[in-house]
Ligand binder design. Sequence first.
Ligand code: KE4
Length: 418
Amino acid sequence: MIPGGVNSPVRSFKSVGGEPFFVERGEGAWLVDTEGHRYVDYIMSWGPLLLGHAHPVIVEALEAQLVRGTSFGAPTGAEVEMAERLVRMVPGVEMVRLVNSGTEATMSALRVARGHTGRNRFLKFTGCYHGHADPFLVAAGSGVATLGLPNSPGVPEAAVQDTALLPFNDLDAVRDLFQEDGDEFAAVILEPVMGNAGLIPPAPGFLEGLREITEAHGALLIFDEVMTGFRVARGGAQERFGVLPDLTTLGKVIGAGLPVGAFGGRREIMEEVAPVGPVYQAGTLSGNPLATAAGNAQLRWLEENDPYPELEAYGQRLVDGLLEALSAAGVPASGRALGSMWGIFLHPGPVRSFEEAAQADTERFGRFHREMLRRGVFLAPSPFEAGFLSVMHGEKELELTLKAAGEAAEVVGHGGDL
Ligand code: KE4
C-alpha cells in the first residue's frame, strides 16, 4: 500500500538491513512495538521530542485544544504566542512565518532570499540536507564550477542549475567561489552543525567566515536550524556560536511532534513575504491550532527550564561509553555530543565533512545497529544520522545502552570480522 511500507525512506532500515518494527506507543525515552518489545529511543522522531514521548505538558495542551477545534483557516492567538516565543528565543529572528515542515521552511527561505536579492544562484554544502524541494536535491557536480546535478529522477536540470555545492568546513573554497561569482549569489544555506551526515560541528572560524563573505558580496546567510534549533542550545547554533544569519529555518522541536516548520529573520527581509510583500508563500494548515498548542507547550517548558548543560553532559557520557566499548572490541570510532544531539562514526576521525564521513565503515555500522536493536536500543537506522536525547533519558537508559554496546561491539568487532 505504501512505498517500502514507510512514509519516509530512512524508516525502512534500508541502509542498516533488517526489517523495521512498527510502533504501538511511545513512553518517555522508550518506544514499544506492536509485539511488545521495548526500546530505548535515540531518534525521538528525528529531533522534535525534547520532552520525550507523551510528556504530560504536551498531552494536556493538545487535549485542551482538541475540544475547541483542530483547524480554522483563520488566525489565532496561539500563532502570535508562538511567533513571540521564537522571536524571543532565536537571536536572528525578528519576524517569522509558520509552515508545516522543514522542507517548506527551506524552500520558502530560498525563495525569499532570491526575491530579496534578485539573484538566483545559491550555495549549499555536500551532506547538508535541507528537505526534498527540487533546488536542494543535487549531487556533487563535475568540474570546478561545482554546478549541481540532480540527485533524483524527476528533478529537472533547470531546477538545480543555480545550485552550487562545496564541501562543508572548506572556507577557502567558498572564498574562491565568491571571489569569482559572489555578486551572482542570493544566499549560502547550511546546517550550522551538520546532523544529516552524522554529527559534524563547524570548524573554528567557518561560520564567522561565511558571515563575512556573504556580507561582503550582498548574499544572505541562511542557517537551516530545523534540526539544531533548540537542540544544540536554546537559541540554536546561532546562539551557541554567536553568528547571526539573515534568515533561519526551524522545525521539529517547535512542533513537539506535530507538523510545524518556520522561516524567519531580519524584519526588512521578512516584510517582503506575502501579503505584505510580493514574495508568495501560503499553506492551508500553517500555524494550525494543534501544532501551535503542542509547540507552545514545549517551548514554554524550554523557556522556564534549562536542560541543556545536563543533556550535553549526559550525551558525552553516552558517546564516551560507546567509543570505549567499540575500541575495546578493536573497532575504530570517533564522535561527540553537542547540546542534546550526539553522533558516532565507525571512523578513526577527525570527521569534518561528508566526504570524510563517507569513509566510515557503514557495513559494520549496520551490524552494530542490528545487535543494539536486539538488545533493546534503537539507534538511528543509518550511519549518516545524528542521535537525539530527551529530558526523559536517565541512568537506567544509559546503563542499558552501554551494557548492550559492550556486547554488540564484541560481536561486530574482533569476532565479527567478515
Ligand atoms: P522535513 O521536511 O522532514 O520536516 O524537514 C526537512 C529537513 C530540513 N532541514 C534539516 C536540517 C533537516 O534535518 C530536515 C529533516 N531531517 C531528517 C532527518 N535526517 C528527517 C527524517 C526523515 O526524512 O524522515
